[in-house]
Structures are given as C-alpha cells and as structure tokens.
Write a protein that binds this ligand. Structure first.
Ligand code: PLP
Length: 375
C-alpha cells in the first residue's frame, strides 16, 4: 500500500491531466480561492434559514446573504417579497422549488419537457407528484402547442410548469411568457412556474437576454454555483417568493432558527467562494466572461464546420452541439452525448488551444474513418 503522500501526488497528477481535456461539462475552471483556504480550518456551518440569526456563531450567513441579494436583483425578484438559500447544487434548488409548489397546490399536475434535466424526474418521483412530459422542438425548446393541448385537457387541476433555462444537451431556453400566456388563456388561476436555470440563468440575466425571471412570471429560480460562477465544491442558489415560503415553513426551536431549508447543516465555505468571485469580478467582469465564452463557442462551431463536422448552437449559448463522436474521443474529451449529438461547453477557463486540439483530434478520427470506409 503506498503511503498517503504518494497517493495524493499521483492522484493530483491525474486530476491535473484530466482537467486539461475537460470541455464536455458545464464547470468554470478559472477560479483561484487560495485566499480563502484558512477558513478550511474551522467548523463553519450555515444550518437552517440564511436570513435568521442562530445561536451558533460559526457561520458565513452574511456572505450567503450577499450572494442571495446579488441573484435576487439580477433575476428581478419582487423587492420585499423574496427569499432563498444556498443549496448543494441545482438539483436541491429544483427540489425546493417543486416542494414549495406542491405544498401551495396539492394535487397539481407537473408539466416538463422531454429535454428536462434528469434531476427533475427524480425530484418529481421523490415528491410523489403526477406529471406529464411535453414534446420539444428540434432545438430542445418546449413545444408550446403540445403544452397547450395537454394543459387544456387538465385545466381543472392546478398547474406546475418547469421551464428549462438552458437544457442539458442543447442549452435551449423555454420562454416563460409563452408558458404564462397559455396558463392565462385557460384561466388556470392556481399555477406555479419554476425555472431550472442551473447553467445559463446567471449569464442570460447579465446579457439582458432573459425572459424567464420573476418579472416574466417565474415563481422560483434555481441555479448551480459551480457552473458559471465556478467553485471546487458543488453549490447552488434557489430563490422563491417570500410570501409563498412563509405559508409553508415551520419553526424549529432546537437551533433557534427556522427549518426552512431541505438540508439541515449547510455548506458555509461555498458562500465564501461565490461571494469572492461575484465581489471580485462584479457584474461587468462576469458579463465579459460570458461574452468570451459565447465568442469561443462561435469559434468552435466555425472550426468544426471547417473540417466537415456539422455543428450548431442555440442563441447566447456556451454549448456547442455537433455530430456524435467516437467513444474514444468522447472519453478523452469527457463529452456528453445522446443518440445523435455530442456537445462541448465553452465555460470560462476553456481555451482556444483546447478547442484547436479537440478539432485536430476530430479531424484525425474522421480521416481514419474514411480510410476504413474506402477499404
Ligand atoms: C446541472 C444541471 C442541473 C443539476 O444541477 P446540479 O448542480 O448538478 O445538482 C439541473 N438542471 C440543469 C439544466 C443543469 O444543467
């Protein structure tokens, strides 16, 4: 058995190596949180409601509140009527949004498109809610005609609609006003719209190209913190309307706080990371980072097309979709694929050189394939 030191250095070398070809998953890589490492010596914990005071002082609630405030403004949450907390990722934020919706409207039907992230199906199953899958258009966006047809059929039931703000495979965005118009048209008064904005929410809002935030009919929004903002520890943010949350939360005197969150003990380091990047880069710095990613995605499409590989992307997306590549290539570049397509994601930290190297690999693979075919 090697000693710990050897294990650590060999594992570190492997991580460094694999990080160089990490272009298939939505995680920013351009962070450096060394200044915050001293906090790793302490038992910090943001247990319970981030807005309440707790008997225990070992927390980073003020940093968490800063992060929540930032996203509440960015997503135009109603001024004195929002609440949220930092979750352990997009999945927990989706679970909380769905849970809140279910408590508000027991017996509601959940509608979500076939391009929805698998976490939603899991959450719906966990909460034991009835649901219906809506068809998608070719680009991965919800087919509103299909939604309308189905909602019509169930108009006697409250409706909970999941809007994807950046689907997993093609980063397609569902249009929240289109959804709320359908709800209005069929006079479904008891309705709730949850936005799964895990990846694309932050930069779409920064680009001012959003049509999903609270102004447009969202009742809750969940994002992942380790995706666009970037963090070595998975984390997320969920924002809801405070009046809705107040209707369902119960007081727990044990910790002198309100048990309003799904997790009890909560990560207190991730709020420091989020605060650090947001405070250091500001809205402008974050926007520039998004624009660079979008430009790099355009560059990747151009390069792929130049070598005869079909490639495309949705508007304002960092995700580039292209003809499905071989198993070897997908595993080397850690690409996610479905039946037809593979994708890469130009997250902050992905470089032009990586795209060039990847395209060179694709070209090589294509040539080899042609040789085999000629044979
Ligand atoms: C990543 C992602 C999730 C899940 O988020 P986690 O932070 O991994 O829990 C949910 N929905 C979408 C669209 C995502 O991209």
């Amino acid at each position: 058995m090697p000693n710990e030191q050897d294990t650590i250095s060999s594992f570190l070398a492997r991580v460094e190596e694999r990080s160089r070809s990490f272009i298939g998953y939505p995680a920013s890589k351009d962070f450096n949180y060394e200044e915050l490492f001293p906090f790793l010596h302490y038992n910090l914990n943001n247990i319970g409601d981030p807005m309440s005071t707790s008997h225990c002082d070992m927390h980073t609630r003020e940093f968490e509140q800063y992060v929540l405030q930032f996203f509440a403004r960015l997503f135009h949450a109603p001024q004195n009527d929002w609440w949220g907390y930092m979750t352990h990722g997009g999945t927990e934020g989706n679970l909380y949004g769905l849970f809140l919706a279910r408590e508000l409207y027991p017996g509601a039907m959940v509608y979500y498109s076939e391009a929805t992230h698998y976490s939603m199906q899991k959450n719906i199953h966990l909460l034991g809610m009835p649901s219906i899958v809506i068809r998608c258009r070719q680009n991965g966006e919800m087919d509103y005609d299909d939604l309308e047809q189905i909602i019509q059929h169930y108009r006697h039931k409250p409706a909970i609609v999941i809007a994807n703000i950046g689907t997993t495979m093609t980063e397609a965005k569902d249009h929240v006003p289109m959804i709320t118009n359908i709800l209005k048209k069929y006079a479904i008064r008891d309705h709730y719209v949850h936005c799964d904005a895990a990846l694309a929410g932050p930069y779409l809002a920064l680009l001012n190209h959003d049509n999903f935030d609270f102004r447009f009919g969202a009742d809750s929004i969940a994002i992942s913190g380790h995706k666009f903002i970037g963090s070595p520890i998975p984390c997320g943010v969920v924002l809801v309307k405070k009046s809705n949350k107040d209707r369902i939360s119960r007081s727990v005197s044990y910790i002198g706080s309100y048990d309003a969150t799904i997790a009890g003990s909560r990560n207190a380091i991730a709020p420091l990371f989020m605060w650090y990047t947001i405070s250091k880069l500001g809205k402008e710095g974050l926007l520039q980072r998004a624009l660079q990613g979008i430009a790099l995605a355009d560059y990747a499409i151009e390069q792929l097309r130049n070598v005869g590989i079909e490639a495309w992307k949705n508007e304002n997306a960092l995700t580039v979709v292209f003809e499905k590549q071989s198993k070897t290539l997908c595993s080397k570049w850690q690409l996610a694929s479905d039946a037809e397509w593979s994708h890469l994601i130009c997250m902050p930290g992905v470089t032009r050189e990586q795209i060039d190297d990847f395209v060179a690999d694709c070209t090589m693979a294509k040539k080899e394939e042609e040789v085999v075919l000629e044979f």
